[in-house]
Design a protein around this ligand. Structure first.
Ligand code: IVH
Length: 694
C-alpha cells in the first residue's frame, strides 16, 4: 500500500479522472465547434461535462485556467464576425410616469390623425433586462444569430445562440415564412444566477454584478462550449427581416412565435385604453419580485401592424412603441470624498465617492453630482449621509442629504476655478442672452490631456470609428506614451511600428498587434456621419451627424458649403434641415472656423477616405428633392406627411427658399405660400402631392 492518506488518495483519483475527462471533452469540442462533426450526442457530452463539474465542485483546485470548465476546447477564431441587420434593431423611447404614457397614446393618435373615439389597441408586456439578439431562420432552419451591436451591424453569435435550450434549431409548426428573423431578449433567471455565482465563488472567482452582466459575459464567450454551460434563456418579442407577413397584429405575431417553438412572455396583454395600459403596468410591477427574472419596465406597442408601418420610426426608436420604466431604486450611504473629473468637452463634473452600497443588486461606489449648482442645491458635503438612486445603467445620482442639520459638517465643497488636470482656467460661459452655463469648463481644449484623451476615446467609440481592440485602456496607453495625441496618429501607428514594436508590449503579441492594425486599416474608409460624429463636437451627436450627412451627401460638398458660401448662408442652409437647431449650428460652425480644428480634420483626411452618404432611392420621384409643408393638411398629420416624404428620400425643410422643389400647401397657407409663388417654387395641393408620390 502507498503511504497516502485517504484524502490524498481520493484527490489523486479525482485528478486522474479529471485529466481524462478534460482531454475527452476537448476532443468533442473540437469535433463539434471546429469540424462541425460531433462524435457523440448531446446527452453523452452533457454527462461528461456534468461529471467534470462535479469533480471540480469537490476539488476546486482542479478548476485551473486550462480546465474545459473555464475555457474549453480548441480555441475558435478568437473574434466575432459581423452581421449586418437588413432591418435595423431599434431601441425604445422611455416613459417615466403615467403622464408620459398618456402623452404617448395621444401622440400616436395625432400622428395618425385619429380621433379619440376610433379604437386603438396596444400590447403591454414586461421589459426584460437582458440583451437583445436577432436569430435568423431560412426554410425553418436556424442559420445565424447576431447581437444588436450599433443597431445596424451586430456580432455573429450563431454558435453561442445554438447552445440555448429554449431556442429551436428547426422551427416547429407550419406556415412560417422562408426567411424569418426572430428577435428577443437573452437573459438569466434569478435562481440560475444565484447558482452561477455560487459556483464562481466556489472556484475562487469574482461574482457577477447582476443577471444582465452575467448574461452579457456568457453570450460574448469566444468559446461556445462555455456559453453552453451557462443557463441562458430567450424570450421572443419582435422580428426583423421576414419574407412574408406573419400576422396583422403584434399579439398575433408573438403567438405565432410560440407555435413555432419559442418561449414568449405570458404577461403580454392587449389593452384598449391608456388606463388599461397603466393598470397592466401596475399589475406587473406588483409581481416584479416574484417573476424570477429581472425586468425594468413595461413595453407598450401599437397592436395593429399596418398602423405600426404608418408610424415608422424617428432616428433610433419606433413611434409605435415606448418603454414605461419602473422608478429608479434608492439607497442610503455616506459621501467619503468628492473628486472632479474632466470630460471630452472640458466639463468639470464633481463625482461623489461613496461608501459602497448595494442598489437594486449592484454595488455602487460613485455617484455624479452633475455641476456646482447641483452641489449648492443639495448642499452636499464630504461626510454627509445621502440618498442615492440608480436607474438601469445610468450613472447613479445623489438625490438629497439626509442629515443636513447635523452639527460640525465639513466645509462647503467648491469646484476649482482651474482645471485639475492641466491647470488652465475653468469657466462658466455666458451666452449672447446673458445666460450663464451651469457647467464649468476647462478652456484649454485639446491642449488639456483629459479632454484630448476623452476625445480620442470618443473617436474610437462604437458610433464613431468603432475600432476593434482600441478601447479606453489602449487610448490611454498610446496617449501617455505620446504615440497618439490626435485622431490621425491612430492611422500612422502601423507605419511607425518599427520603432513602437507594439508586439513586445506587455499584454500584446504578434497576433493582437496585427489584429489591431487590421482593425484600424478597415476604418480607412469611413462613412460621412461617423467621420463627423468622431470629432465629438458639442451638440453634433449621432442623430445630428446623420441628418447632416443625409442632407449634404458628400463631406466635400458639406465642407464647401460651410466654408465658401460665407457664415450666414452656411447657417441658413444648416438650419433648413429638419431637426437641426441653433446650438448645433453654432457649435459646428465654431468648430470648422477654428484653424487648429481644421488642421486636425485635414491631417485625418490625409489618412482616411470619407464615404458619401447613400443617395436616396431613385425610384421615388421625390428622392433628393426639398419639400416644405405648410397649412392644415386634411388626410395626414403634418408629422406623418413629413415622415413619409423623408422615407422616400426627400429632404423636408421648414422654410421656403430658392432651393425648395415643392411646397405642399394645405388650407390656410399664408406667408410660405406667398414666398413660394414669388420665387416660382412649384406649389402642390395635398391631393397632388399624394398623386406625385404614388
Ligand atoms: S421591443 C422596435 N420588447 O429593450 C422595438 N424590447 O430599450 C424593439 N427589451 O433593445 C424592442 N424587453 O433589448 C422590446 N418586451 C420587449 C423588450 C425589449 C426588453 C429591450 C430590447 C431593446 C431595449 C430597448
Amino acid at each position: 500500500m502507498s503511504g497516502l492518506t485517504l484524502a490524498q488518495e481520493a484527490f489523486s483519483k479525482a485528478k486522474q479522472e479529471h485529466h481524462k475527462l478534460a482531454i475527452e471533452i476537448r476532443i468533442h469540442d473540437d469535433a463539434y465547434y471546429q469540424q462541425d462533426k460531433p462524435i457523440v450526442d448531446d446527452a453523452k457530452y452533457d454527462a461528461l461535462r456534468k461529471r467534470l463539474l462535479a469533480i471540480e465542485a469537490e476539488f476546486p483546485e482542479l478548476a485551473t485556467k486550462d480546465s474545459p470548465s473555464q475555457n474549453v476546447g480548441a480555441k475558435p477564431s478568437g473574434k466575432f464576425g459581423k452581421i449586418t441587420h437588413v432591418v435595423p434593431m431599434l431601441s425604445l423611447d422611455n416613459a417615466f410616469d403615467e403622464g408620459d404614457v398618456r402623452d404617448f397614446a395621444a401622440r400616436v393618435r395625432r400622428f395618425l390623425s385619429m380621433d379619440k373615439d376610433t379604437p386603438l389597441a396596444f400590447t403591454a408586456e414586461p421589459k426584460i433586462d437582458g440583451l437583445s439578439a436577432s436569430i435568423r431562420y431560412e426554410n425553418g432552419e436556424l442559420v445565424s444569430a447576431a447581437t444588436r451591436g450599433d443597431g445596424r451591424i451586430g456580432e455573429d453569435i450563431t454558435a453561442n445562440i445554438r447552445t440555448l435550450k429554449n431556442v429551436p434549431h428547426t422551427l416547429a409548426g407550419t406556415n412560417w415564412p422562408d426567411v424569418l428573423e426572430v428577435r428577443g431578449e437573452v437573459y438569466i433567471g434569478h435562481d440560475d444566477f444565484g447558482a452561477m455565482n455560487a459556483a464562481q465563488e466556489h472556484a475562487g472567482k469574482d461574482a457577477y454584478k447582476n443577471p444582465r452582466n452575467a448574461a452579457a459575459g456568457s453570450l460574448r464567450q469566444i468559446d461556445p462550449s462555455v456559453t453552453a454551460s451557462r443557463p441562458l434563456k430567450f424570450y421572443a418579442y419582435a422580428w426583423g427581416e421576414i419574407s412574408a407577413p406573419i400576422s396583422d397584429t403584434q399579439m398575433g405575431a408573438v403567438l405565432k412565435f410560440q407555435e413555432w417553438g419559442f418561449s414568449v412572455n405570458d404577461l403580454m396583454q392587449v389593452c384598449s385604453t391608456a388606463g388599461q395600459m397603466i393598470s397592466h403596468y401596475k399589475m406587473i410591477e406588483a409581481k416584479r419580485s416574484a417573476l424570477g427574472y429581472d425586468i425594468d419596465g413595461v413595453v407598450y406597442k401599437v397592436n395593429d401592424l399596418a398602423l405600426q408601418e404608418r408610424l415608422g420610426f424617428v432616428s433610433r426608436a419606433p413611434r409605435w412603441a415606448i418603454a414605461h420604466k419602473f422608478p429608479a431604486e434608492k439607497a442610503t450611504t455616506i459621501i467619503e470624498d468628492i473628486d472632479v473629473q474632466v470630460g471630452r468637452t472640458g466639463a468639470l463634473t464633481p463625482v461623489a465617492r461613496l461608501k459602497p452600497v448595494t442598489v437594486g443588486g449592484v454595488v455602487v461606489s460613485n455617484a455624479t453630482l452633475h455641476n456646482e449648482d447641483e452641489i449648492k442645491r443639495l448642499d452636499v458635503r464630504i461626510g454627509d449621509t445621502v440618498e442615492i438612486q440608480r436607474a438601469g445603467d445610468v450613472i447613479p445620482q445623489v438625490l438629497r442629504v439626509l442629515d443636513a442639520d447635523r452639527a460640525g459638517r465639513s466645509a462647503v465643497f467648491t469646484l476649482p476655478k482651474s482645471c485639475p488636470i492641466c491647470g488652465a482656467d475653468a469657466v462658466r460661459e455666458v451666452d449672447d442672452k446673458g445666460n450663464r452655463d451651469v457647467v464649468r469648463r476647462c478652456v484649454n481644449g485639446l491642449q488639456c490631456p483629459a479632454q484630448a484623451i476623452e476625445s480620442l476615446k470618443h473617436f474610437v467609440s462604437r458610433r464613431a470609428y468603432d475600432i476593434d481592440g482600441m478601447g479606453a485602456k489602449q487610448i490611454e496607453a498610446f496617449y501617455h506614451k505620446k504615440l497618439v495625441l490626435e485622431p490621425a496618429h491612430i492611422f500612422t501607428l502601423e507605419a511607425r511600428n518599427d520603432e513602437i514594436k507594439l508586439e513586445t508590449w506587455e499584454g500584446w503579441g504578434e497576433q493582437s498587434a496585427a489584429n489591431l492594425f487590421a482593425a484600424i486599416n478597415a476604418r480607412r474608409n469611413i462613412e460621412f456621419h461617423r467621420f463627423l460624429y468622431g470629432f465629438g463636437i458639442r451638440h453634433v451627436g449621432h442623430g445630428n451627424s446623420n441628418l447632416i450627412a443625409k442632407h449634404y451627401l458628400s463631406f466635400d460638398k458639406f465642407l464647401a458649403a460651410m466654408t465658401s458660401e460665407g457664415q450666414e448662408a452656411a447657417r441658413a442652409d444648416l438650419l433648413s434641415i429638419d431637426g437641426i437647431g441653433e446650438a448645433c449650428v453654432s457649435a459646428l460652425l465654431g468648430f470648422l472656423h477654428a484653424p487648429q480644428n481644421m488642421q486636425v480634420v485635414n491631417e485625418l483626411l490625409a489618412e482616411v477616405k470619407v464615404i458619401d452618404a447613400e443617395v436616396p432611392s431613385t425610384d421615388s420621384p421625390v428622392a433628393g428633392k426639398t419639400v416644405v409643408f405648410t397649412g392644415k393638411l386634411e388626410l395626414f398629420s403634418r408629422d406623418e406627411a413629413k415622415a413619409k416624404a423623408q422615407s422616400l428620400g426627400a429632404k423636408v425643410s421648414g422654410s421656403v427658399s430658392k432651393k425648395t422643389d415643392y411646397l405642399v400647401a394645405g388650407s390656410g397657407a399664408g406667408s410660405k405660400l406667398k414666398k413660394a409663388e414669388a420665387l416660382g417654387v412649384k406649389v402642390l395641393s395635398e391631393a397632388e402631392w399624394l398623386v406625385l408620390i404614388g
